[in-house]
Design a protein around this ligand. Sequence first.
Ligand code: HEM
Ligand code: HEM
Length: 182
Amino acid sequence: MGPIEMLKSQFALLWRFLGFFQPPLLRLLHISVVGLVVLQVLTQLAGMSMTHAISGLVLSMLGLGLIALGLGTRGPRHYYPYLWGDMDQLKRDVAAIRSGKLIIAPRPKGLACVVQGLGMGALAMSMISGLWLFRSWQMGEISHAAATMHGIFVFLLVAYAVGHGGMAMGHFFFWKKAAAKK
Ligand code: HEM
Ligand code: HEM
């Protein structure tokens, strides 16, 4: 297999793996948002301000879609169970991790979902502060408050992406290994 076919087949496998968790539209929005967040980091590092701002506007729409569809599909209690004092699954997951289990399946209202809820918050705040920064730039006076906020929330979002994305890639890897054994 050449490198292009290899990449294609890995992507097809990843799409199938994500399908265990997300219906097609949610999956499509999720993948688009992941790609756009990576693009935001790259355009910023490359100093491509104009591209960054325009793809930021696209990201803001798709990101809002991802958050709304996630909340609409699963309900807010799925991601924020602690607001209802509903912590049983969360406690079970933390206990499993403390007993040395590294791989725990994502369960509704569990640790993975609670982390996703916080990630949605970081994504929303990055987008809002980004839009605010963009607006201030349009008006001819860049807001330092917006720039500071944007920097902080983007940092939190990237930390989330590494943690949540890393765990998901870990699950993907073990799923592939288990599937290959069968
Ligand atoms: C959510 C993913 C995003 C990431 C990872 C990201 C990353 C960054 C970073 C690291 C900076 C530099 C901050 C600083 O120097 O203090 C920045 C600046 C900026 N961002 Fe974002 N951003 C994102 C989303 C957005 C969105 C949605 C918009 C809205 C259009 C936006 C508009 C801007 C603007 C106007 C600047 C300042 C101009 C510049 O330095 O290029 N960003 N972004
Ligand atoms: C910028 C990076 C990322 C963001 C902002 C993000 C955001 C989200 C959000 C908001 C959810 C909840 C939606 C739902 O309930 O299905 C979610 C779930 C999920 N994400 Fe991500 N994600 C990112 C990166 C990744 C990566 C790299 C992977 C690895 C392939 C991944 C795999 C998953 C999986 C498997 C779920 C569903 C897990 C479950 O049902 O509990 N994510 N993500």
